[in-house]
Design a protein around this ligand. Structure first.
Ligand code: ZN
Length: 952
């Protein structure tokens, strides 16, 4: 009896507790409400032994789930392998369709491919194909490996399609071939889930350790810490190469990239700016159709979501813009749980976001998208055909007809660019003779005037008159303008911010990513765009041709020395690599005469007398692999001039023993881009924590690299003792190389590794001399605008703004300026402090007299700037790359800059500084030298900083 009496209050308490939980969490979603299901198909949970959203699935477990479903449904499912990751995981594409389609997959693929060649397929033929062929839907999951709801949702989608006999599902199977990409970033996903599963308790407290991914885990990125959702532009990473190859093999009509970071679910229509190369109104028509369908499904479930807002469609390196530039409807879907939010996460209003809820939303959005594609597949296929037909029509009206890229400055790099285009099915031709074009425009300024130009034989020609013309234009054009409404709105915010006082919070800008990426500029190649199609004999470039251009050779076997001309970036890498392998390399510091020719300063010399017999094989092998053309010299006698192989001004290099800081506070993608570059050339280095570097770790190294990162974090981790130690190490002959945030750290007053000051900082004496030239008109305009509530802007699929401890933009390598050092009142100093640039290409002037610029033959280099960190000229060191104090042409080459601020403050600052101290140097790059592996224009200065350590 007493038992019952006590049971009442207990039950009451339990009910009360449950009702609180119900009020705070979403209703438990039923993933199996869309049957009947075929009984023989195993549900994912039967393989995994846990319920949906209760735990995270590892990659190998997922493969078991997919294999078990595929084995039970050979009539509907076919698993295709598309290539390995760096860590040897296989990426899979699971084709799911109706049995009659699965039986003729190759035929379907061939039919769809015919829609891409509008030169050979008539509209009538296209219509017949569109009637009789299912559409291809590309459903890609987990490009950011720590956005875990996407991965889990994928298995539920595969099961639903493989097992269900629901009419809507059968309609999808009949009218589409669904290609489920089971993991876009398997290596990053595995780092995240292994860590999370090992430490998580499902704690919703934001301060719980499971919501704090350590630096060395950070599963968003792939093995090399590249953001794969920025990588389609140059496809440097294995995963990108695998996926692009598979994508262009199948030619999908709709492509969804499933993410998971913001506060509420996002699906398109996208926000401004929208890339102007997308055909309209057809692009927006489909985004709206899918958006409205998703909205109806979410409304029915009472789920929160948003459209437009922050997610744009501009930068062509995302997995929504890339499909769009290939004629599909490319979309980003962002769910609201999982990932850094783990199994459970407390929202800002106290309610709980769950992994299961986030999986459910992706599941419904995926299924809704497939239903719409099935329903509209004929129209979808015809618009897909129309996309490439438009590319051919466009050449009659668009000004840019062709792009010509000269191989003269770097034949290997030019071939690499051609290869990137080939991988995107863009037709590239090579000129068989020198030629001239009457109407060309240079790349080194916006709207460059029309000139006549001659090009050498071997120049690459990309004619926009081809089916891939729209994609080619979008990545090769000199500049891509943003929508005017977008630019105007951001300038209004900027002008209002200039009026705000020191303590007042500022409005954020809605730039999502870099605004300039033109590949000839990013690579630093000599190129021009033309209004006419060049008339010259050409041959179509194929992979075999590229391989030939990327392979170097040695002419002869040297009696006296090998001469390595600095005519490609790879020559710098070869000098470093030879040194690291124990060979002795020297450099001519004055023009050299050898092997019957004159060579400029910066030419490398490998003397046989100073090296073991193995040097011959090593030089031959390396030259072949790296693409360097080496010349053998058989006599030390100089036919003319003062410098011969044995000359006094041929200096010996020191073998580079390189360490690089890899630690909390370091920008992962900055670190990763340098790591990848080193690996690409076979240069070895040691990643090291700051603690190890501080406690004697540097004694065996002569080069230390500080990638971009948080200046404050660098300072607190090194501490004053660490900074003193660093100074001593430099004074003893070490070379410290810093990039962006690392350079800001070097310039901090309490660090003092350079005599340069940051423009606009408190210790910038020049700041107060600058005149305030803000026009009264702008002030008026600024005041006339209502001041909206400032809105934080998440980077595309980076942690939501209310997850501040995790969303430090410094950690993400994203555009806009991280924390600046303290500055004086901005309102009193309007336009005296640089506003952070979203990512624009600027004109740097080359000091050809410094060793840091050996190998560079241009007087100007295009460089990316993606911050508000501008560096005054060093007073005590040298300024190797500068922004002219009195430029004859605008400093802006491509992309967005702040009117009245950027150009004014950038004039007379340095991009590359060499600050000698004792026997060593600090070498500061204002920006990341290899941003995303895309930007390569300053490769030689970076290699020179390493190769010539301890020499000058
Ligand atoms: Zn993402």
């Amino acid at each position: 009896m007493p038992k019952i009496r006590f049971a009442f209050p207990a039950i009451f308490a339990l009910v009360f507790a449950v009702s609180i939980i119900v009020a705070q969490t979403e209703q438990k979603f039923d993933f199996y409400a869309r049957g009947e299901y075929r009984a023989n198909v195993p549900r994912p949970q039967s393989t995994l032994r846990f319920d949906v959203g209760d735990f995270h699935t590892t990659y190998a477990q997922m493969e078991k789930v997919i294999d078990s479903i595929a084995a039970a449904t050979p009539d509907r499912v076919k698993v295709l392998d598309i290539g390995e990751t760096n860590e040897h995981r296989m990426q899979h594409l699971v084709a799911i369709s109706a049995p009659e389609n699965i039986a003729r997959l190759d035929e379907i693929k061939t039919n769809i491919a015919r829609l891409t060649d509008t030169r050979r397929t008539t509209r009538a033929e296209a219509q017949a194909i569109a009637q009789n062929t299912p559409a291809i839907a590309w459903m890609a999951y987990t490009i950011h490996g720590n956005e875990s709801a996407s991965f889990e949702a994928m298995m539920q989608v595969v099961y639903q399609l493989a097992a269900s006999n629901e009419p809507a599902t059968l309609d999808i199977l009949k009218n589409t071939v669904v290609l489920v990409l089971t993991g876009e970033n398997p290596d990053g996903h595995e780092r995240f889930v292994t860590w999370y599963n090992s430490i998580a308790t499902g704690n919703a407290d934001r301060n719980a350790i499971e919501h704090r991914e350590p630096w060395s885990i950070w599963g968003r990125y792939n093995h090399y810490r590249f953001d794969l959702n920025r990588d389609t532009l140059t496809a440097t990473q294995k995963e990108s190469k695998n996926m692009i190859k598979a994508y262009l093999d199948w030619n999908p009509q709709v492509a969804v990239d499933h993410h998971g970071q913001p506060s509420q679910f996002f699906f398109p229509p996208a926000a401004l700016p929208i890339n102007p190369n997308f055909p309209q109104p057809v692009t927006n028509k489909w985004l709206t159709l899918y958006g409205r369908a998703n909205a109806a499904a979410f409304d029915a479930n009472k789920w929160d979501y948003y459209v437009r807002d922050v997610f744009d469609l501009f930068y062509p390196g995302y997995w929504d813009t890339f499909p769009t530039l290939n004629g599909a409807t490319g979309m980003t879907y962002e769910t609201d749980g999982g990932g850094f939010k783990g199994l459970r996460w407390t929202r800002d209003d106290g309610s709980i976001a769950t992994l299961r809820g986030a999986i459910a939303k992706h599941f419904i959005a995926s299924m809704t998208t497939l239903e719409q594609t099935a329903r509209n597949k004929t129209e979808k296929l015809m618009d897909f055909y129309g996309f490439r037909a438009k590319a051919l029509d466009d050449v009659r009206t668009v000004k840019m007809r062709a792009v010509v890229i000269s191989p003269a400055g770097d034949p290997v790099k030019a071939a690499e660019l051609a290869e990137i285009l080939l991988q995107k099915n863009i037709e590239v031709r090579v000129a068989t003779a020198p030629f001239s074009v009457a109407s060309t425009h240079g790349y080194m300024e916006k709207d460059a005037p029309r000139t006549v130009r001659n090009f050498p034989a071997g120049s690459y020609i990309i004619d926009m008159n081809q089916p891939q013309g729209i994609l080619a234009r979008s990545i090769l054009e000199q500049d891509t303008p943003q929508d005017k409404a977008f630019v105007d709105e951001n300038m209004r915010r900027f002008n209002r911010n200039q009026m705000r006082g020191k303590g007042q919070s500022k409005e954020d800008y809605s730039f999502y990513d870099i605004t300039a990426w033109s590949l000839p500029l990013a690579f630093g190649l000599d190129a021009a765009w033309t209004e006419d199609a060049p008339t010259v004999g050409v041959t179509l470039v194929d992979q075999k041709f590229i391989d030939g251009k990327k392979a170097g050779s040695v002419i002869g076997r040297a009696q006296v020395a090998y001469i390595i001309p600095y005519e490609t970036d790879a020559a710098g890498a070869m000098a470093i690599k030879l040194g690291q392998q124990g060979f002795r390399v020297a450099v001519a510091t004055k023009p050299l005469n050898a092997a019957g020719r004159n060579w400029p300063a910066g030419t490398f010399v490998v003397r046989t007398s100073r090296n073991a017999e193995t040097v011959h094989d090593a030089v031959a092998k390396m030259a072949g692999e790296l693409g360097v053309n080496v010349v053998a010299a058989n006599s030390g006698f100089a036919e003319e001039g003062d410098v011969s192989i044995g000359g006094e001004s041929v200096y010996s290099l020191q073998p580079a023993k390189i360490a690089m800081i890899a630690d909390e506070g370091v920008d992962q993608t900055s670190y990763g881009s340098i790591w990848w570059t080193f690996d690409r050339y076979g240069i070895t280095f040691t990643p090291m924590t700051i603690q190890s570097a501080k406690s004697g770790g540097l004694k065996n190294y002569n080069v230390l690299i500080l990638p971009s990162g948080s200046p404050g974090r660098y300072f607190s981790s090194f501490g004053s003792g660490g900074v003193s130690g660093l100074k001593q190490w430099i004074s003893d002959g070490g070379t410290l190389i810093t990039a962006r945030g690392g350079s800001v750290f070097a310039a901090l007053k309490d660090v003092g590794l350079t005599s340069s000051k940051l423009v606009g900082s408190d210790d910038d004496e020049e700041k107060n001399k600058a005149s305030d030239d803000q026009s009264p008109d702008k002030r008026k305009e600024a005041e006339a605008q209502p001041s909206p509530t400032p809105k934080p802007t998440p980077s595309k699929a980076t942690p939501e703004p209310d997850a501040t401890p995790l969303s430090d933009k410094n950690d993400k390598g994203e555009g806009i300026a991280p924390t600046l050092p303290p500055i004086a009142s901005p309102s009193a100093n309007a336009n005296k402090v640089p506003e952070g640039l979203p990512g624009s290409i600027m004109r740097a002037t080359v000091d050809r007299t410094t060793y840091l610029n050996y190998g560079i033959t241009q007087n100007e280099l295009p460089v990316l700037l993606a911050s508000g960190y501008f560096f005054r000229y060093s007073k005590e060191g040298s300024n190797a790359l500068v922004f002219d104090a009195k430029p004859k042409r605008p400093l802006t080459i491509s992309g967005f800059v702040w009117e009245g601020n950027t150009e004014k403050l950038l004039k007379g600052t340095a991009y590359l500084i060499d600050e000698p101290s004792g026997s060593g140097h600090t070498i500061l790059f204002a920006e990341e030298p290899f941003f995303r592996g895309i930007f390569r224009s300053t490769t030689r200065p970076f290699f020179n900083a390493i190769a010539f350590n301890g020499v000058f």
